[in-house]
Ligand binder design. Structure first.
Ligand code: PGA
Length: 251
């Protein structure tokens, strides 16, 4: 039985004061969350504050990116060991905004996956198609290619130490959500592709859905057989909304 994971991706939002308000709200509501693990992925600069506020709580935390290098002359970058310094559990890797706005290739994303795993972090690897790719019936080709790059670089067993997030790019921040059936179809495809190489890894690996998940649609999405959680952008910025998703996890 795979446990549900609900992870917030705050993106470049917030301030110290809103971080404090949000995390206090989440901590207060966590007693109601029975069937999901919960994590927040904060902007780098707030991670020390997040670590202080969440230490000893049931909420894990992580980063939204990391460098593929371990140290050195890489101005503006943050390494995996720096994330370890602040007890991050997760690092989001290859979010579509990193791929499209910052030119991250499949190979770079696969390398970041390796670096995160090597440091003991749990990478949340994001894959997903653009609208035009879906309309051209290329969803499986795109998602398969993105996944294969990670498996090729890291091996199938390493994949089991991470989490996959299927995020159709057309549903991110647009208010458009994949229907539960659309999400299930792609999640099942992803799991089958993993199973073709290793059935036990496929059975075990969590596949999250991301793209305008909110309290009003979370229950239906999370009820699908191969949807093992959510990666939540906009709705992770308000404690009430995020908790509404966390409590929608099925028993
Ligand atoms: P959204 O973002 O929930 O705001 O659509 C999800 C994500 O980009 O991870």
């Amino acid at each position: 039985m795979r446990r549900i994971l609900i992870a917030g991706n705050w993106k470049m939002n917030g301030s110290s004061s809103s971080t404090q308000t949000l995390l206090e709200g989440l901590k207060q509501g966590m007693g109601e969350v029975k069937h999901a693990d919960v994590a927040v992925c904060a902007p780098f600069i707030y991670l020390p504050q997040v670590a202080d506020l969440l230490n000893g709580s049931a909420i894990a935390w992580g980063a939204q990116n990391l460098s593929e290098h371990s140290a050195g002359a890489f101005t503006g970058e943050i390494s995996a060991s720096m994330l370890n310094d602040f007890n991050c559990k997760y690092a989001i890797i290859g979010h579509s905004e990193r791929r499209s706005l910052y030119g991250e290739s499949d190979e770079l994303v696969a390398e970041k996956f390796a670096v995160a795993l090597g440091a003991g972090l749990c990478p949340i690897i994001c894959i997903g198609e653009l609208l035009e790719e879906r309309e051209a019936n290329q969803t499986e080709a795109v998602v398969g290619r993105q996944l294969d790059a990670v498996i090729k670089r890291n091996g199938i067993e390493a994949l089991a130490k991470g989490v996959i997030a299927y995020e159709p790019v057309w549903a991110i921040g647009t208010g458009k959500t994949a229907s539960p059936e659309q999400a299930q179809d792609v999640h099942a495809f992803i799991r089958q592709r993993v199973a073709a190489q290793d059935a036990s890894v496929a059975e075990k690996i969590q596949i999250l859905y991301g793209g305008s998940m909110k309290p009003s649609n979370a229950q239906q999405l999370l009820a699908m057989q191969d949807v093992d959680g959510g990666l939540i952008g906009g709705a992770s910025l308000k404690a009430e909304d995020f908790l509404g998703i966390c409590t929608a996890a099925p028993a």
